[in-house]
Design a protein around this ligand. Structure first.
Ligand code: CTP
Length: 409
């Protein structure tokens, strides 16, 4: 989609240690031809100077609600409506609370209350502050009123604590801004297939073999692909998760049914196989297996299942242009996953440690290594939604790259 040349952002810089990243954001926005005007709060001015903002944005900085000069040149009401998007970065716990309460006791809150322009907030705060029910309630209120959010990410923070609350990287904030300014759906017109969840392999009519996969990561990837505009089919094993919106979902039980549903979903451009597919099914008994006194317990005869990822990766005219596998490992994660990528013939493999102490399988967070033909990149421990968004950003970059060759651009 062609970008308009006259796009503008009003950036509200609040008082947090992450305020310095707003400077990088201004630079990136201007590189993208976006006009940036800034409102600096009193707290923000303790972390960055008006002069830095002015130098980088090339515009005067608004900081005083009661400045008569500002009011004569451009009042706060006009300022609040003068851009295509208002971006609050960093959005502290304090400004989110004040926005939620509808306060208007400084220029930033007055602008935010007076505006009818879309607002995007990039929260940054200590993990406990982020997790506090008060902050979560404010976020829910603001989201219900239409405020969009980017981040926070999970990681080590300036206060030396680990957890959710880190400001999203300037790249992610930029992508979120561009998506809103341009209505960008970078994967519009692309078809994607995602497998997710465990499979259930019947032993007899009442029993089955299963595993601990919850489907969370696969569902998050399906949602992120759909948000980027892709036409998504999610082939899911049994999970307790609700159907993601805007995604065509096919629910199956066994590996064989999952393969059949995947073949039905072809052709597609992207396949992401997150499902924890059982490697074997059981030679199924037609009736419930009974205990017989004095007899040894019955032996289960295991029969290999088809490998869905390897099947989708096989060279053929119907092969998706990008096939991404997951590698669930409990030791030597990168070595095993690297070998698995080659063995299965997929383009990228997302390796994760599923040993019980990692808490990843069935948990809310994931820590992965992304392996492609060029090598391996380690990502910090992130919420599974963030892993999905980052992966989709990589997929978008792959399809936008001039040379599509299976390498991570
Ligand atoms: N996979 C698949 N079909 C199978 C088995 C696995 O599509 N029958 C896919 C998974 O969705 C994942 C990748 O293959 O994308 C690797 O799965 P994993 O369980 O890590 O590996 P396995 O092939 O089962 O190998 P092993 O159990 O030896 O580690």
């Amino acid at each position: 989609m062609g970008a308009r040349a006259d796009r503008s952002v009003l950036l509200v810089v609040c008082g947090g240690i992450a305020a310095y990243k707003a400077l990088e954001l201004i630079r990136r926005l201007r590189e993208n031809g976006i006009r940036v005007r800034t409102v600096l709060t009193e707290g923000g001015a303790r972390f960055v100077t008006p002069l830095s903002l002015q130098a980088l944005s090339g515009e005067r900085v608004f900081s005083d609600l009661f400045s008569l000069t500002d009011e004569s040149e451009m009042g706060h009401i006009a300022l609040s409506r003068s851009s295509d998007l208002i971006v609050v970065c960093p959005a502290t716990a304090d400004i989110l609370a004040r926005m939620s309460a509808g306060l208007a006791d400084d220029l930033a809150t007055t602008v935010l209350l007076a505006t009818d322009t879309p607002v995007l907030a990039a929260p940054a705060m200590n993990a406990r502050m982020w997790q506090h029910p008060a902050t979560q309630a404010n976020i829910a209120t603001l989201a219900a009123r239409g405020v969009a959010f980017v981040g926070p990410e999970t990681g080590l923070m300036a206060c030396n604590e680990h957890g959710p609350g880190r400001l999203a990287e300037p790249d992610s904030i930029l992508a979120a801004i561009l998506a809103r300014l341009d209505g960008a759906q970078p994967l519009a017109g692309r078809r994607a297939l995602v497998t997710a969840g465990p499979t259930h392999e019947p032993i007899d009519p009442v029993r089955y073999l299963a595993n601990r996969s919850s489907g969370t990561q696969g569902y998050a990837i399906a949602r992120a692909l759909a948000a980027a505009g892709a036409d998504v089919t999610l082939v899911s094993g049994p999970t307790t998760l609700p159907d993601p919106q805007g995604v065509h979902i096919v629910r199956v039980e066994t590996a064989r049914a999952m393969l059949a549903a995947c073949m039905q979903a072809l052709p597609c451009d992207i396949a992401v196989c997150t499902a924890a597919v059982a490697d074997w099914h059981v030679d199924e008994a037609p009736q419930k297996i009974k205990k017989t006194a004095g007899q040894p317990p019955p032996a289960l005869r295991l029969v290999p299942n088809p490998d869905i990822l390897a099947t989708l990766s096989q060279p053929s005219p119907a092969r998706p242009r990008l096939v991404v596998g997951f590698a669930a490992e409990t030791e030597h994660v990168v070595e095993h996953a690297t070998a698995k990528r080659l063995r299965k013939g997929c383009d990228w493999i997302v390796a994760n440690d599923v040993s019980p102490e990692s808490g990843i399988m069935g948990g809310a967070e994931n820590e992965i290594d992304l392996i492609d033909a060029a090598g391996c990149t380690h990502w910090p421990r992130l919420d599974k939604t963030q892993v999905a968004q980052r992966l989709v950003a990589r997929i978008t970059a792959f399809f936008n790259a001039p040379h599509v060759d299976g390498h991570t651009p």
